[in-house]
Design a protein around this ligand. Structure first.
Ligand SMILES: [Zn+2]
Length: 296
C-alpha cells in the first residue's frame, strides 16, 4: 500500500507542477503582450516601417486593410476600440481622405495617444486629381519619402519609450540602409527608361515619378471613371507617346483602363500601392514599370 501512496504523491506533485507552470506561462504571455507598445497606422506600408524600427517592442494596428481604398474606407467599431488602446498613432499626414475623415475622432478617443505626422519634412506635391484636395497624399510610394516617414516614426517611439532608444536607433539605421539600396536600384533602373510615361488608373505614383524622372498620366478624374471623351483623348495620347501598358491597382476599378488598353492594342498590368511588404513590393513595381517602358 506504501507504493500506491507514493505513486499518488508523485501524480499529485506532477499535477501541481503542471498547473503552476501553466499559470506562470499564461501570465508571462499576458505580461509580454501588454509590455509592447501598440502603434496604430493608417496604411499597410506603415506597418512595415513601424515593425522595422520597433521590432519586438511593438504591436501594430492597421486601420485601412491592403485591399481597401484609403480614400473611402471607414473603420469598424472594433477597429476604433482597438485604436483607443494605442499609445501612438503614426498618421501618413499628407491629406489622405481616411485621415481627414477620422483622425479627429481617433485622437478624441485617447488624449494620451502620441500622434506622429509621418509627412513632416516631406516636400508635398500638388495633386493632379482635384478630388484628393490640393496635395498628392500618396507620399509613401517613393523610398526617399519612406526614409523621412521612418525617421518620424523613430522619433515618436523614442519619445514614448526613451529607455529603448539604442535598440530603435540600431533598427532604424538597418532599415534606412535597405531603403537606400532600394532607392539606388530604382535610380539606376529608371535612368535607362526609354519611355518616361506611365499611364495609370488612379494617380498613386506621383512621388515615384517625381523622384525618378517619370511622367504619370492618370485616367481617373475626380475619383470617377473617365468619360468617353477622356478615354478617346487618352487613347490618342497613348498612341502618340507609344504607351503600351496601362497600370491598375487592386483597390480600384479597371474598366476604363481595359477599354484604353483594348483600343491601343496594349495590356493592363496591376501594381499595388497598398502592399504590406513595402520594400519587396517596390522592387517588384520597379521591375514591372521598367519592363513596360521597354515594351515596343
Ligand atoms: Zn489615392
Amino acid at each position: 500500500m506504501e507504493f500506491k501512496r507514493i505513486m499518488g504523491l508523485i501524480l499529485l506533485i506532477a499535477l501541481v507542477v503542471f498547473l503552476v507552470g501553466t499559470v506562470f506561462y499564461e501570465n508571462s504571455k499576458i505580461q509580454t503582450s501588454s509590455n509592447k507598445i501598440t502603434v496604430a497606422v493608417t496604411i499597410p506600408s506603415e506597418e512595415e516601417f513601424v515593425k522595422a524600427v520597433g521590432g519586438d517592442k511593438v504591436n501594430v494596428l492597421v486601420m485601412v486593410p491592403s485591399n481597401a481604398d484609403p480614400h473611402t474606407y471607414e473603420p469598424s467599431s472594433s477597429q476604433l476600440q482597438q485604436a483607443e488602446q494605442a499609445q501612438m498613432y503614426a498618421e501618413v499626414g499628407s491629406g489622405l481622405e481616411f485621415e481627414i475623415g477620422w483622425m479627429d475622432k481617433i485622437r478624441g478617443l485617447n488624449s494620451n495617444m502620441e500622434v506622429v505626422n509621418c509627412s513632416q519634412g516631406i516636400d508635398l506635391m500638388q495633386s493632379t486629381d482635384p478630388d484628393e484636395g490640393n496635395q498628392d497624399p500618396h507620399i509613401w510610394n517613393s523610398p526617399r519619402n519612406a526614409k523621412i516617414m521612418v525617421q518620424n516614426i523613430y522619433e515618436g517611439l523614442v519619445k514614448i519609450d526613451p529607455a529603448n532608444k539604442d535598440y530603435y536607433t540600431k533598427n532604424r539605421d538597418a532599415y534606412l540602409q535597405k531603403l537606400d539600396d532600394l532607392d539606388k536600384n530604382m535610380t539606376e533602373t529608371f535612368a535607362n527608361a526609354t519611355n518616361r510615361n506611365i499611364m495609370v488608373y488612379h494617380p498613386s505614383w506621383g512621388y515615384l515619378c517625381r523622384d525618378y524622372g517619370l511622367n504619370q498620366i492618370s485616367i481617373e478624374n475626380e475619383g470617377k471613371e473617365a468619360t468617353p471623351a477622356t478615354i478617346s483623348r487618352l487613347v490618342d495620347l497613348a498612341d502618340q507617346e507609344n504607351v503600351k501598358v496601362i497600370f491598375v491597382s487592386p483597390q480600384f476599378s479597371n474598366e476604363s483602363a481595359q477599354t484604353i488598353a483594348n483600343q491601343i492594342g496594349g495590356q493592363v498590368v496591376s501594381i499595388d500601392p497598398m502592399a504590406e511588404n513595402y520594400i519587396e513590393n517596390m522592387y517588384k513595381i520597379t521591375q514591372v514599370i521598367s519592363k513596360a517602358q521597354k515594351t515596343p
